[in-house]
Design a protein around this ligand. Structure first.
Ligand SMILES: *Cc1c(COP(=O)(O)O)cnc(C)c1O
Length: 409
């Protein structure tokens, strides 16, 4: 169905390994190895497709791997939130039939024109009068546009803020909504509560702001798009079940003054792909509680370095010590900033030559690798075991306990 899958098989070793330990036994890799779990991504996709009370757009920037795109498409995700012309081209090549929505509120005119004329994009977001004019001009006054006005909302319940850069303030929204209504076939309102939103209330509060914007502007709204921010599970961050988010969003959206045929959308990035990847790294040296490993801030561990994100870690060796200790990581480059403080909980006797599996790196991890200092060229393999934590397995402990419940199996 998707030729993207075939086109990219070349980069992926065809053999499916049972788990990370088997990968280490088979390859004894000196370079970091990315592990793909397409079955975990497909399970997340089916969950959103079946349970979100509206349409789910995958936010491609979280992980643009064509193999992942194919897995999501096969699991029923038909709409994709793209943020650059490169992402438009990439998704169009991988998934010729997908619906693409260009949801970056500040776009080059050329990107809008190409997206509209060449790639069939009809949905765009904006947060200013200038962008509205740019879209109208770049599409030659097209009359088949769905235009979503991005509203600024609070990021106070999220681990990573997206409040500063985009979104029009509620106080200024009415004229923009009215002007957009004039030229749009479908008018939408969208927002982003910030990534890894730790409570459904973040969306309820944002939807209250949507209500105020609609009432102020007195316009008919056809699309309410609650954006991304749906959380995944990391050490020390155990969010409520996603059903709670969907229920709260459904109730809040039902009571909005929107047209009877209006649509509810969401744009999950992290929640659809966090479980898709883990990473096998080698310990090159141990210095006290610091491990020198062969991936880091310029590899898949950007968030671990720059925002102190903690990831679950497993030591891939039989007979490791029972007791765990907290370790920090140094990456492979010569740069002091290539440091991940953690603490990462690892058996206390970890030593040089050991391999580690670092979990939950599918979102903003595997996609962030650079070739800085000559690193970042490692292999990609597929494994069939469970991710280290899952929102979708149906066997979670009381999810409201917010301590470190990501166990080392
Ligand atoms: C990044 C982004 C998303 C995805 O956010 P997650 O927190 O990964 O779910 C969705 N929509 C827009 C507009 C974004 O910029």
């Amino acid at each position: 169905m998707c030729f993207g899958r075939k086109a990219y098989w070349g980069s992926l070793e065809l053999h499916i390994h049972p788990d990370a330990s088997a990968v280490v036994r088979a390859l004894s890799p000196d370079e970091p190895v990315i592990l793909n779990r397409p079955q975990a991504a497909a399970r997340a996709a089916r969950f959103f497709v079946e349970k979100f009370p509206g349409k789910s757009l995958y936010a491609v920037k979280a992980n643009p791997s064509p193999d992942l795109l194919a897995a999501l498409w096969d699991a029923g995700v038909t709409h994709y939130d793209v943020a650059s012309i490169a992402e438009v081209r990439l998704v169009r090549a991988a998934l010729p039939e997908a619906t693409l929505c260009f949801m970056h509120p500040v776009k080059p005119a050329g990107a809008i024109a190409e997206a509209y004329a060449v790639h069939g994009v009809r949905t765009f977001s904006l947060d200013s009068q200038e962008e509205l004019e740019k879209i109208v001009k770049a599409t030659n006054g097209a009359e088949d546009l769905s235009l979503c006005v991005r509203l600024r909302v609070s990021s106070e319940y999220s681990e990573l803020s997206l409040a500063a850069k985009f979104g029009i303030d509620l106080a200024d929204a009415a004229p923009l909504l009215q002007a957009t209504r004039q030229v749009a076939d479908c008018l939408g309102i969208c927002f982003h509560v910030g990534s890894q939103a730790m409570t459904p209330f973040a969306y309820v509060q944002a939807l209250e702001r949507v209500r105020a914007a609609i009432v102020d502007a007195a316009v008919t709204v056809d699309i309410v798009d609650v954006g991304g921010g749906f959380p995944s599970i990391y050490p020390g961050m155990e969010p409520p079940p996603l059903e709670d988010y969907f229920g709260a969003i459904h109730r809040a959206a039902e009571s909005l003054p929107v047209s009877y045929s209006s649509e509810l959308w969401c744009e999950p990035g992290r929640a659809l792909c966090a479980e898709y990847n883990s990473l096998v790294v080698k310990v090159e040296r141990r210095r006290g509680k610091e491990l020198y490993i062969n991936d880091g801030a310029y590899g898949a561990l950007f968030d671990a370095a720059h925002v102190g994100w903690r990831f679950p870690v497993k030591l891939l060796r039989d007979g490791a010590a029972e007791d765990l200790d907290g370790f920090s990581f140094f990456g492979p480059t010569c740069d002091d900033m290539d440091f991940m403080e953690g603490p990462f909980e690892i058996p206390a006797d970890v030593k040089a030559g050991d391999y580690l599996e670092i979990g939950m790196l599918g979102a903003y991890g595997a996609a962030m690798r650079t070739a800085f200092n000559g690193f970042g060229q490692g292999a990609v393999v597929e494994v069939s075991d469970e991710p280290m934590a899952s929102q979708y397995r149906g066997d979670r402990r009381d999810p409201r306990v917010s301590d470190n419940v990501v166990s080392l199996r």
